[in-house]
Design a protein around this ligand. Sequence first.
Ligand SMILES: [Zn+2]
Length: 280
Amino acid sequence: MPLTSTRDLMNEAVDAGTGLGAFNIIHLETLEGLIAGAEMAALPVILQISENCVKYHGGLEPLALASMSAARRAGVPVALHLDHVEDERLALEAVDLGFGSIMYDGASLDYQANVTATIRVSEYAHARGVYVEAELGEVGGKEGPHAPGVSTDPAEAADFVASTGVDALAVAVGSSHAMTERSATLNLGLISELRGRLNVPLVLHGSSGVADEDILDALAAGMTKINISTHLNGFFTRSVRQHLQTNPTLVDSRKYLGAGREAIVPEVARLLSLFAKKRN
Ligand SMILES: [Zn+2]
């Protein structure tokens, strides 16, 4: 199965009225576990590398090339996405490397500066066939746990999409990044209103903090792409911790990283299957 374009996966999900899981790669073991989970579910998946992850590894290319190689060998369609990039040069680098999509995050800029920068990045990406996600209304949480976000204004969102030509929009509707409990309350009315006003798919960030039933309600109200990172990191790390506690003399890092990798596989499969249910 080839590395698939994000555009194709998003269009298929919109046409089918289903959701699409987008999960973050942190290192090779998560990459392998995420693909194994998608194969277990026999469903497509979007894999994402964030700017924070690039900073951790000291560069984009090594993990990006490994991810593309793994995607090409996968038994299901896999798209590669650059998540939350504030550095425009990094966004352009991802386009040049062959990513299927990029998310330019100008949400911390004032509105006009966000529009101007998003247009610049979108023009470069679109000229090379790359799908662009942007964010309006800041989804909080990265500056500290449970920091409140600012809800996306539907009229401003409609203007933003028309002005920038982006392909998908991340909206702030009550979720928050990096939550370790699934206790966020989503504004379903706002999701419906945004769905009605915008002609591009909507993206839910911070979905780690949203319970299964609420994600299903969000899909029914009009969400398409569901971003999850922290929730799966929890499965990975709990497994590593348990493995090290039960094997205190262990030195081979493959043993505990392998346990972490295995631990995310069934949860990835479960989430993808949940999101792929048809909207009511
Ligand atoms: Zn996000």
